[in-house]
Design a protein around this ligand. Structure first.
Ligand SMILES: CSCCC(=O)C(=O)COP(=O)(O)O
Ligand SMILES: [Zn+2]
Length: 206
């Protein structure tokens, strides 16, 4: 194993322990990846428990989602990862989680996007330096056909080069970063904002 793969494997394994521990990747849900080279990424094998990942639970795929390792089935959502690495060459890690708050908020939101404004914590997102700017998070309807879902996500990414993450309704969150720590910081920031939003909505008179 190359030093890069060893380092990225450990970063994914550690991310899984953390995200499972926070309750954001329950019951074998979620998938994680990191860029190995300009043409390959390291990704979780489908169906594995994300709190108990080992190096054997990871595989390399090309930028079109083709497995480069015999006998290992890549995540069912591989195409949602590869499209992000192809979208922006600076992306080094992608995380997808299934928290209760992301699931509930994406189901109760009537609109096709959420707007977070006036939260100081927004500054945890890459490229946001003031609570006065807005964080726009699209919500895509879920689909068992991941290629079709990726086709619906792509125009949004192309039209919103500053997008920091998106929700899939009733399913979960995708976010990314230049490094695994950047992506983890964004997951935490999103979870904070989702919880605030749910509490705010619960307080609002009907
Ligand atoms: C048990 S969750 C259903 C599949 C899913 O949404 C997910 O994130 C995990 O899929 P994978 O193939 O990456 O294990
Ligand atoms: Zn999922």
């Amino acid at each position: 194993m190359t030093a890069t793969r060893q380092h990225l494997s450990q970063a994914i394994i550690d991310a899984g322990r953390f995200l499972y521990g926070r309750g954001w990747s329950p019951a074998t849900s979620s998938n994680y990846s990191a860029r190995l080279t300009s043409a390959e990424l390291l990704l979780t094998v489908s169906g594995r428990h994300k709190g108990e990942l080992t190096a054997d639970d990871l595989l390399a795929v090309d930028m079109h989602g083709n497995s480069l390792e015999e006998g290992k089935r890549p995540s069912a959502e591989t195409l949602l990862h590869t499209q992000l690495y192809r979208w922006k060459p600076e992306i080094g890690a992608v995380l997808h989680t299934h928290s209760v708050n992301a699931t509930v908020l994406s189901r109760i939101a009537l609109a096709d996007s959420l707007v977070f404004a006036d939260y100081e914590l927004q500054k945890a997102f890459s490229g946001i330096s003031s609570h006065e700017s807005q964080v726009l998070v699209p919500i895509f309807d879920n689909d068992q056909d991941i290629a079709a879902l990726a086709t619906r996500v792509q125009p949004w990414l192309d039209e919103h080069p500053d997008c920091v993450g998106y929700l899939i309704r009733g399913h979960g969150l995708y976010t990314w970063g230049e490094t695994m720590s950047d992506a983890l910081r964004q997951i935490e920031a999103f979870e904070f904002l989702f919880e605030c939003e749910l509490k705010m909505r619960a307080l609002q008179p009907r």
